[in-house]
Design a protein around this ligand. Structure first.
Ligand code: AMP
Length: 113
């Protein structure tokens, strides 16, 4: 999508610190980290949010979660992590391109704010 920040990051038009990339997904560090480890995983194809996912996206989601587990292991995370996807305005979504936050490296509170 032309005017989408994360589409531009996926296309390499805006720089990011990439942790993993393949033809379908990109994992990169969040620019404003909320934990010692905070990265985002996005599908390269534009999907607005988790509300647009369908049964056909099952394999993509499996890849995303398997990649998250592998990256956390590679980053030395042995004590757990959190995966969050915000949906829509009240859900706290500021970038309308599906992304999974991965937060780790400190004790995370519950419930989130
Ligand atoms: P959300 O508020 O759930 O939509 O999350 C959007 C996330 O994108 C926030 O955590 C931002 O810090 C992050 N973000 C915004 N711009 C960039 C960027 N250029 N590179 C990396 N992360 C970004």
């Amino acid at each position: 999508m032309d005017d989408c920040l994360f589409c531009k990051i996926c296309a390499g038009e805006i720089p990011s610190t990439v942790l993993y990339e393949d033809d379908e997904i990109l994992a990169f560090r969040d620019i404003d980290p909320q934990a010692p480890l905070h990265f985002l995983v996005v599908p390269k194809n534009h999907v607005q949010s988790a509300a647009q996912l369908t049964m056909q996206d099952g394999a993509l989601l499996g890849k995303i979660f398997a990649t998250i587990a592998r990256l956390c292991e590679e980053q030395g995370i042995t004590n757990g992590y959190r995966v969050v996807t915000n949906v829509g305005q009240q859900g706290g979504q500021s970038v309308p391109h599906l992304h999974f936050h991965v937060l780790a490296g400190r004790q995370l509170a519950w419930p989130p704010g």
